[in-house]
Design a protein around this ligand. Structure first.
Ligand SMILES: O=C(CO)[C@@H](O)[C@H](O)COP(=O)(O)O
Ligand SMILES: [Co+2]
Length: 218
């Protein structure tokens, strides 16, 4: 059970300090948006390179960008521990996942709420994580989509069948009131932006979320 707070809800003027607030988390989730794949613009490679130098924990880069085949490997080369591309935007997901792994990162594939998993099941051996989005990508602070839980379970069952060690991440609207159903459905990596950075004590929020997830796993 791993917690990956999203710095999208952090104070962008003080990112080093904001990373230190979540030093007890497993990952720092970095939402890269290009104003094309999603209708929002956040940060890119130079900022990730700077964060990489000061972060006490590994970076989990979630790339909501067009042409990830071209841009994603640079995030792995910058030292990100995990790099997630959206399958809707990838030209050649197998080749891209291999490039990410050979650059030393964990390779992850994200699915928007409207994207089914079944057509991509065969990619599992190339992947270290599948991200099931529980909001439409683009913004923090949106409502959790419980209707994505059957997809989480479907991915969990496929991972069992394939026998590899593929993590399942959920991202969007994850909080103390929604994390339990995610864990029950089969998720094991939880992104939380507003639920962590909106708390006075971000580290305590991380611990609480991890504990809730742990107590609802099978
Ligand atoms: O990728 C995204 C949004 O597109 C997320 O990582 C959000 O930043 C999560 O924020 P909350 O929904 O937890 O506030
Ligand atoms: Co994200």
């Amino acid at each position: 059970m791993q917690i990956s707070p999203s710095i999208l809800s952090a104070d962008f003027a003080n990112l080093e300090r904001e990373l230190d607030r979540i030093g007890n988390a497993d990952w720092a989730h970095v939402d890269v948006m290009d104003a094309h794949f999603v209708p929002n613009l956040t940060l890119g490679l130079p900022v990730v390179e700077a964060l990489q130098k000061v972060s006490p924990i590994p970076l989990d880069c979630h790339l909501m960008i067009e042409d990830p085949d071209r841009w994603a490997p640079s995030y792995a080369e910058a030292g990100a521990g995990s790099v997630t591309f959206h399958v809707e935007a990838a030209q050649d997901p197998v080749r891209l996942a291999r490039a990410l792994r050979s650059a030393g990162a964990r390779a992850a594939m994200a699915l928007k709420p409207g994207t089914p998993f079944a057509p991509y099941e065969d990619l599992l051996p190339e992947l270290d994580m599948v991200l099931v989005m529980t909001v439409e990508p683009g913004f923090g602070g949106q409502s959790f989509m419980a209707d994505q839980m059957p997809k989480v379970t479907q991915v969990r069952e496929a991972v069992r069948r394939h026998g590899g060690e593929v993590w399942i991440q959920v991202d969007g609207g994850v909080s103390a009131s929604t994390i339990e159903q995610c864990a029950e459905a089969g998720a094991d990596v939880f992104v939380a932006g507003s639920a962590v950075y909106g708390a006075d004590d971000a580290a305590a929020a991380v611990d609480r979320l991890r504990e809730l997830a742990r107590s609802h796993t099978h």
